[in-house]
Every structure is written in C-alpha cells, then in structure tokens.
Design a binder for this molecule. Structure first.
Ligand SMILES: Nc1ncnc2c1ncn2[C@@H]1O[C@H](COP(=O)(O)OP(=O)(O)OP(=O)(O)O)[C@@H](O)[C@H]1O
Ligand SMILES: [Mg+2]
Length: 134
C-alpha cells in the first residue's frame, strides 16, 4: 500500500516547496515510486518540475490540471499524471520514478467558485481518484 505524506503550512516563505520537491526527488533517487500531488495554487512545485513551457500549456488550456478532476469533473487522476516528470533539454528523462499531478492557478477556484455535489466533497473525489492508481 502506498504511503502518503502531506506537507501543509500556512506560513509563507518557510521552505514548503523546496522541501516537498527535494524530498520527492530524493525518494525517487532512492528507487521509490513517487507521485507528487501539487495542491498549491501558486503552482511553484509544478513549474519547478515541468519547467515553465510545459506548465504554461497546462495552465492555459486547463487540460491535465488537478482542478479538472473537479471542474468540469470529467478527467481522472490516472490520466493527468505526468510520468517521470523531470526532463532535460532534449526531453531525456532525468529522474525516473518521480511523477507529478500538476496544478494551475485556477485551482484557487476550488475554494471560491466550485459548487459540487454536497454528498461528494472535493476530498472524497480526490481520494476516489487516488485509489485508482494506488
Ligand atoms: N533549507 C533552506 N535553507 C536556506 N534557504 C532555503 C531553504 N529552503 C528554502 N530556502 C529558500 O527560502 C525561500 C522560500 O522557500 P520556498 O519557496 O520553498 O518556501 P515556501 O514555503 O514554499 O514559500 P511560499 O509560501 O511562497 O509558497 C526560497 O528562496 C528558497 O530558495
Ligand atoms: Mg511554495
């Protein structure tokens, strides 16, 4: 069974993004299969791992972003995972085993705009999706 580690801290600029990206990279380097799920509306971890060009495409279209699991709600987590996310300039895989569920700026709407089924809150939808890939 997969082990889940959550990194949460309300304080700004304390090293959350640096910690999560480097812990994920170290675990992958040590041979673990790692799925980093980015829930930060600032998207810094996603931009760091994808680099700006690849992330921009997701941010512009919304396709492949974690928010698409909730709105329009048709995507499944298994289909938006970016496998072996870290790539070099020629597209070569630099860190096999580190996968990413990318986020985009519109993820902020989950808190403010999203009206879902009250019987299926966002965290339930996410857990159901995660169970499909565990
Ligand atoms: N262990 C460390 N030692 C020194 N500087 C660090 C360390 N970890 C992170 N930093 C630096 O501290 C700054 C903030 O780090 P980071 O962006 O990871 O924090 P954050 O908590 O994710 O910030 P935000 O709240 O803006 O999302 C960055 O400039 C980063 O390079
Ligand atoms: Mg951060």
């Amino acid at each position: 069974m997969a082990r889940k580690i959550a990194f949460i801290n309300d304080k700004g600029g304390v090293g959350k993004t640096s910690l999560i990206v480097n812990v994920a990279a170290c675990l992958a380097k040590a041979g673990k299969r790692v799925l980093l799920c980015d829930f930060d509306t600032q998207s810094n971890a996603s931009i760091w791992l994808l680099k700006l060009d690849r992330w921009n495409k997701i941010n512009t279209t919304g396709e492949g972003a974690v928010y698409s699991l909730f709105d329009p709600g048709k995507a499944r987590l298994k289909d938006i995972i970016v496998k072996d996310v870290v790539e070099g300039k020629a597209g070569e895989k630099l860190l096999p085993g580190l996968d990413l569920v990318p986020t985009t700026f519109n993820f902020v709407d989950l808190e403010n705009e999203y009206v879902g089924d009250p019987k299926r809150p966002a965290y339930v939808i996410f857990q159901e999706n995660l169970a499909e890939v565990e």
